[in-house]
Design a protein around this ligand. Structure first.
Ligand code: PEP
Ligand code: MN
Length: 349
């Protein structure tokens, strides 16, 4: 941490800052310039925060140098992590060595629709099934998901297809029941900063897929991941799903640069959701190609056997030609950037 003194700060002002820092066990290194003095602090950064240094006389600014997140930072955990998803015998990796394709319906509607979507996903090369039983909808009048019966459908479809399941949990009170049925818990964009929910999924004993809040900075997103990690769960996969900008042509703007930025600062895997970013099926394949090229650890895509009748997000769901194109892209492109398909690394033992 660096404290910048104002040009009119006196020697007493500087001495007071130094005394306060030393009072909590820190060290202060004073560097006097012609116009300004700066003070470098070494020690426990949290104890410095409690000093409210910005309120002291003569202090112009305080800069943090280390990351505000610790457990998810690469500063102390240099190698990028792999998160394994699924029960023993069918564990799928998401991490730096592989490319993982996750697909499924936006929402679980019926057993038939879910099974059909899962079979489409599997045939296209997906190794993890997505599908929402609890849906976080903007409108209280929109389909809210089947709830617990939807979780049971997902568990049946996992048994039928051998695909581990990721599904969203919207309310901290449901974390237990969702964790009983699913292999990975999703926290959606609308709940990224629901700190009680983050702590609850941090204690659930299952990997977590943490979507970026649609108005969250990368640092806020990583701080949300830190909440989960702080509860003892480092099996967190980040998901870039588009952010709100001034551009109305797409539902959200996919922040493709977030992928390498996150990978430089955090060891956690990071995947891309082109479906929820674009909100339009015609953009899903090009954005998936971009995600692979930029080095994402996977993509998660909406598929539906009959998008016209979908109860949720039909316009972005793939089937037929587009799904075949996507299958081709996720088969051919990852090897070009040095990635092995996750299906080749599945732990079956
Ligand atoms: C979803 O994946 O079903 C979903 C609702 O996504 P998001 O939270 O990114 O909108
Ligand atoms: Mn959706």
């Amino acid at each position: 941490m660096v404290v910048v003194m104002s040009p009119d700060a006196t020697d007493e002002d500087v001495a007071h800052v130094v005394a306060r820092v030393e009072g909590v066990g820190g060290e202060a290194f004073v560097s006097k310039g012609v116009v300004r003095t700066i003070i470098g602090l070494v020690g426990d950064i949290e104890s410095f925060h409690h000093l409210n240094l910005r309120t002291l006389r003569g202090v112009a600014d305080v800069h943090r140098i280390s990351d505000p997140y610790k457990l998810v930072s690469r500063q102390h955990h240099h190698n990028r992590s792999t998160v394994w998803v699924g029960p023993a015998g069918m564990q799928v990796p998401i991490g730096p060595d592989s490319f993982t394709f996750l697909a499924g319906p936006c929402a679980v509607e019926t057993p038939e629709q879910t099974l059909e979507a899962a079979l489409m996903a599997k045939a296209a090369g997906a190794t993890i099934l997505r599908g929402g039983a609890f849906k976080p909808r903007t409108s209280p009048y929109a389909f809210q998901g089947l709830g617990v019966p939807g979780l049971e459908i997902l568990a049946d479809v996992r048994a039928a297809t051998g695909l581990p399941v990721v599904t969203e949990v919207v309310d901290a009170r449901d974390v237990g029941i969702v964790a009983e049925h699913a292999d990975m818990l999703q926290v959606g964009t609308r709940n990224m900063a629901n700190f009680g929910l983050l702590q609850a999924v941090g204690e659930a004993g299952k990997p977590v897929l943490l979507k970026r809040g649609m108005t969250a900075t990368i640092e806020e997103w990583l701080m949300a991941a830190e909440y989960i990690a702080q509860r003892g769960n480092l099996d967190v996969v980040l998901c870039e799903r588009g952010i709100r900008t001034f551009e109305p042509a797409t539902r959200n703007t996919l922040d493709i640069s977030a992928i390498p930025v996150v990978q430089a600062t955090s060891h956690l895997p990071v995947i891309v959701d082109p479906s929820h970013a674009a909100g339009r099926k015609d953009l899903v394949v090009p954005l998936s190609r971009a995600a692979i090229a930029v080095g994402a650890d996977g993509v998660i895509v909406d598929v539906h056997p009959d998008p016209e009748t979908a109860l949720c997000d039909g316009p972005q769901a793939l089937m037929g030609t587009e799904l075949r194109e996507l299958a081709q892209a996720v088969r051919r492109l990852p090897p070009v950037v040095g990635r092995v398909d996750a299906s080749q690394l599945v732990r079956t033992g």
